[in-house]
Each structure stands twice: as structure tokens, then as C-alpha cells.
Design a protein around this ligand. Structure first.
Ligand code: ADP
Length: 415
């Protein structure tokens, strides 16, 4: 099957076309045949970047006013005789569409086929994720408008994997009525990534799912850790929104909630302004005063800039704190898995996080740590390390494509 995997942000449309099917999962013979990104959707100077595998990318700047126009632009490119995507000549060669949906609330515990009822329920969840779900929905509506019911559409939720968290982990210690009335609780995000790397680990070590006990660290622009016990997410660092937990590129992660009132009383801005600061101006950017990009911060730290060095130390300390917390919660762990942009690339951050955890049985092999290269699974702990440490590249799009196939064909989930 050719699956069109779509990830719509408020002003961006990201896609991949992946050729995959049930019998290809075991052999990993799925193939990405095209990918692309349209940014600045809604503007007259949207940036279009489209690439068929093995071909020169098509780049242009042109007016694209909404998500529907963006998808039509991709369609036009796909159907252009000059574009050579293996196995695809027109939209008729697309067999299903898989949408990334950030928030599935309590309703969605796995990926589902989209119909009117599902759409209404995703709309309901938009209240919980006003920054993300409306954009995801725009993509779904645009596909409906263009393709009608002809192509099955599937929603894959970032929250679904964490639906196994027990209530003592997902509830906040605030009056219960607010959970009961408004569903205020922790949901967790990045579920597709945590699930994918845990699956890769399981394949690597040849264990059944029920025996997977690991801590996964998704360290990218957004960062979260997940405690996976007996193959299920039992806790994760992000909460009701992606603001909670680890320090991220521009998000503060955990802070004392009373700070918000204090900032408000100091006249820093409205509540919305303050949350904008916590979401967009804090984290590594706020501490370093330089950048949200870990590469820039590492460079500045190496040049001796104190705030960059401090940002790195704070980032690593927060991750360590959760490794300790989750090891206590799980009574130990078999492995720690690093993934996403920072986790897969930063030798320094992996070292800083693992340093001084020898008494917890975590011993990083410095040489192997340096050898890890992006795109490859690799064990980077010493032979003597009680807890194994791995770098496992994430591939959320692939999992989206595979889930889409499974849902369309009514096949069991791999996780
Ligand atoms: P997203 O979470 O948006 O999917 P990524 O997983 O691609 O993003 O992660 C982006 C982050 O990865 C950025 O902060 C970037 O600085 C970081 N990153 C990418 N390459 C490196 C590298 N070589 N060293 C350190 N950090 C890196």
C-alpha cells in the first residue's frame, strides 16, 4: 500500500509517502518514496519543498493560503509527468492517508479510522490542545474536501500510547472535581516515538513485548521521558499539555505553578502572555539567551559562555532526575534509550546525562558513545553496565504509516 502520512501544524504541512504493507513489517522492507514540507502556509510567500526519493528536490516560494491549497499543491506535483515517484503516477495510487493528531484525550487509546463520529470527538479534544489539534483537523478536513470518502483516513494520536498510565500517575493532586468535570489530568505526548523506539529495542534484543522494561528519552525540539514497564507506558514527563517535564528548546518544563500568578502580579503580561513566555521563550533559549538549538548552545559552551554551559547542566540534571524517578517507580530498568534530534546526535548531552549514574548501574562507554551515528541503532554502554544504554533512531512517520495499514486492514497492533 502507498500511505500518505500527513503532519499538519498551524502554518505547515509535512508529509511522507511510504510504501508498506503487513508482510513488509517483519522484514523492514517499507520504503519512503517521497517527502516534503510546506512552511508559511497562509502567506503569499509560502516555502515549498518537495522531494521524490532519488530525485533533486523541488523548491519554490509561492502563495499558499490554507492547508487545502497546500495539499492540492502536493497533488499537482505528484501528478506532474516530470515528478518520478516510484509506483505513483496520480492520487489513485495512494491507498490511505495517516494523520498525526496530537491530542486524543481519554477517548482514543489507539489509532482509528476517521469517520464523522471520530471527527466530532477529535474536535472535542481540541479544547485540550488548542495549539495543535485545530491544525491537525485542518489537514483532515482538507483531505475530505479534496478526496471525499474515496481514500480511507486514519488518525494516530500522540497521547494514545500513554493511555495505560495508572491513575496515580496521571492525576494531579488538585480537587478531584476538576478531573471529573474538565478532564484535567496528565495525558503525555510523543507516544508514537516512545512506542516506536521501544518496539525497535524489543526487536533488537528479541524480547516479547510484555518483557520490555525501559526508559525512553525523546530529546528533540520537544523533550519527554517515558517509563515503559512490561511493555506499557506507566508514566511520562509531559502532562495535560506538552509544557510539563523536561527542559526543552523553548519550553520551561516543570515549574512551580505559583510563578504564573507572581509573574502576572509583576505586570509581565496577561496569563496568555505568560504562557507564551513559558512555551516559546523559556527552556534552553531562555537560559542561554542565545538559541533553542542544542548545536548553538554546545558551541557557545565550548567557547566558554557561562549561560550556555549552565543551560546544558540544567538540561542534563532534569533528565537525570526523571531517570532516577522512573527507576524507582519501575524497580530498576533494563535499558535507557536515547532518541530524536538531540538524543541521536549529541555525544555531549548523552555523556552529561549518564555521568555519575554508575551507582544506579548505568555505565556509558565513552568510545561507543562517540561512535554512534545518526540513523543507526547502537548500544553505547559498557559490557559491565547493569543497565544497557542505546541510541535508537525514531521514525514516527513509519509508525504512522504502519498503523494506517493495520487500521485499514483491521490487523492487530504490533504494540
Ligand atoms: P522535533 O522534536 O521537532 O522532531 P528533532 O527531533 O529533529 O526535532 O530535534 C531537533 C533538535 O535536535 C534541535 O534542538 C537540534 O539542535 C538538535 N540537534 C540536531 N542535530 C544535533 C547535533 N548534531 N548535536 C546536538 N543537537 C542536535
Amino acid at each position: 500500500m502507498n500511505v500518505f502520512v500527513l503532519n499538519c501544524g498551524s502554518s505547515s504541512v509535512k508529509f511522507q509517502i511510504i510504501n508498506t504493507d503487513l508482510d513488509m513489517f517483519e522484514t523492514d522492507s517499507d520504503r519512503r518514496v517521497a517527502k516534503g514540507l510546506i512552511e508559511r502556509v497562509g502567506k503569499d510567500d509560502a516555502i515549498v519543498n518537495l522531494e521524490a526519493e532519488g530525485q533533486e528536490p523541488v523548491k519554490s516560494v509561492e502563495p499558499i493560503h490554507d492547508h487545502r491549497e497546500a495539499i492540492l499543491r502536493i497533488k499537482k506535483w505528484m501528478e506532474d509527468p516530470g515528478t518520478k515517484i516510484e509506483g505513483i503516477h496520480s492520487w489513485d495510487d495512494i491507498h490511505a492517508i495517516g494523520h498525526r493528531v496530537v491530542h486524543g484525550g481519554e477517548k482514543f487509546t489507539k489509532s482509528v479510522k476517521i469517520d464523522k463520529e471520530v471527527l466530532a470527538q477529535i474536535e472535542e479534544c481540541a479544547d485540550l490542545a488548542p495549539l495543535h489539534n485545530p491544525a491537525n483537523l485542518k489537514g483532515i478536513y482538507a483531505c475530505y474536501e479534496i478526496f471525499g470518502d474515496k481514500i480511507p483516513q486514519v488518525a494516530v494520536f500522540d497521547t494514545a500510547f500513554h493511555s495505560t498510565m495508572p491513575e496515580e500517575a496521571y492525576l494531579y493532586a488538585i480537587p478531584m472535581e476538576y478531573y471529573e468535570k474538565y478532564r484535567i489530568r496528565r495525558y503525555g505526548f510523543h507516544g508514537t516515538s516512545h512506542r516506536y523506539v521501544a518496539y525497535r529495542y524489543r526487536k533488537l534484543v528479541g524480547k516479547p513485548r510484555e518483557e520490555v522494561n525501559v526508559i525512553t528519552l525523546h530529546l528533540g525540539n520537544g523533550c519527554s521521558a517515558c517509563a515503559i514497564k512490561n511493555g506499557q507506558s506507566i508514566n511520562t514527563t509531559m502532562g495535560m499539555t506538552p509544557l510539563e517535564g523536561l527542559i526543552m528548546g523553548t519550553r520551561s518544563g516543570d515549574i512551580d505553578a505559583a510563578i504564573v500568578e507572581y509573574m502576572f502580579n509583576k505586570g509581565i503580561g496577561s496569563v496568555a502572555d505568560i504562557f507564551n513566555i513559558l512555551n516559546k521563550k523559556s527552556g534552553m533559549l531562555g537560559i542561554s539567551g542565545l538559541s533553542n538549538d542544542m548545536r548553538d548552545i554546545e558551541k557557545a559552551a565550548a567557547e566558554g559562555q557561562h549561560r550556555a554551559q549552565l543551560a546544558l547542566k540544567m538540561f542534563a540534571l532534569r533528565v537525570k532526575k526523571y531517570i532516577g524517578a522512573y527507576m524507582a517507580e519501575m524497580n530498576g530498568t533494563d535499558a535507557i534509550i536515547f532518541t530524536a534530534g538531540i538524543g541521536e546526535n549529541s555525544v555531549l548531552i548523552r555523556k552529561m546525562i549518564c555521568e555519575g549514574l554508575e551507582n544506579l548501574g548505568i555505565e556509558l562507554d565513552e568510545k561507543l558513545n562517540k561512535q554512534a551515528v545518526r540513523g543507526k541503532c547502537m548500544k553505547i554502554s559498557k559490557e559491565t553496565s547493569k543497565v544497557a544504554v542505546y541510541v535508537i533512531p525514531t521514525n514516527e512517520e513509519l509508525l504512522l504509516a504502519r498503523d494506517t495499514v493495520r487500521v485499514v486492514k483491521d490487523a492487530p497492533r504490533m504494540w
